[in-house]
Design a binder for this molecule. Structure first.
Ligand code: HEM
Length: 150
């Protein structure tokens, strides 16, 4: 006699629409691709800041001001900032979906995550593209010594 397949029961909690289909596939692909790119970006970041030249001893206000005066490092840091934030937030989104069972609690956490991510990306980007080590209207006694030569 042929064995009878068991009846399948419906999942206890329906999977939310946002985690289905195409969006789910893109999110999976994005995590893998951004993960590989982030490994390259972060190891370059650590190599340049901790090993290259005088290594860790070179990191001071002038070092950061010098890096942020270069469009290359501005765009490098921008890419690292946005990819790291979206990668991390996307991972947290899945963890919240998996573990926060109460719908109101889940929605609150997801919104807190979205708001925190947007604030950090916006503020981080503003720093990278508007940073001025020697603002013209600042009190000279508050400016770093590197501004004396300008
Ligand atoms: C001991 C380890 C680290 C040191 C000493 C360090 C040092 C620095 C310094 C001096 C800057 C200023 C700008 C620049 O150098 O480009 C910076 C910016 C930045 N670092 Fe690191 N970093 C470290 C680890 C990391 C790691 C692991 C990440 C991983 C995501 C990271 C992400 C960033 C980002 C995104 C910025 C730009 C932030 C912004 O101004 O918006 N850093 N870091």
């Amino acid at each position: 006699m042929m064995a009878q397949a068991p009846d399948l029961t419906a999942p206890k909690r329906p999977v939310s629409h946002s985690t289905l289909g195409r969006a789910q596939r893109w999110s999976w692909m994005f995590q893998r691709i951004s993960g590989v790119v982030l490994i390259v970006l972060i190891f370059t970041h650590l190599f340049i800041n901790l090993w290259w030249g005088d290594g860790i001893n070179q990191i001071d206000f002038a070092f950061v001001a010098g890096k942020l005066a270069s469009p290359f490092w501005q765009w490098f840091d921008f890419l690292m900032l946005t990819l790291a934030m979206i990668h991390g937030a996307n991972g947290m989104r899945m963890i919240i979906d998996d573990y926060a069972r109460n719908p109101a609690w889940r929605a609150t956490l997801q919104w807190a995550l979205r708001i925190a991510t947007v604030i950090i990306v916006v503020l981080g980007t503003l720093v990278l593209f508007t940073f001025d080590p020697c603002p013209a209207d600042a009190d000279p006694s508050l400016l770093p010594s590197l501004c004396e030569d300008i």
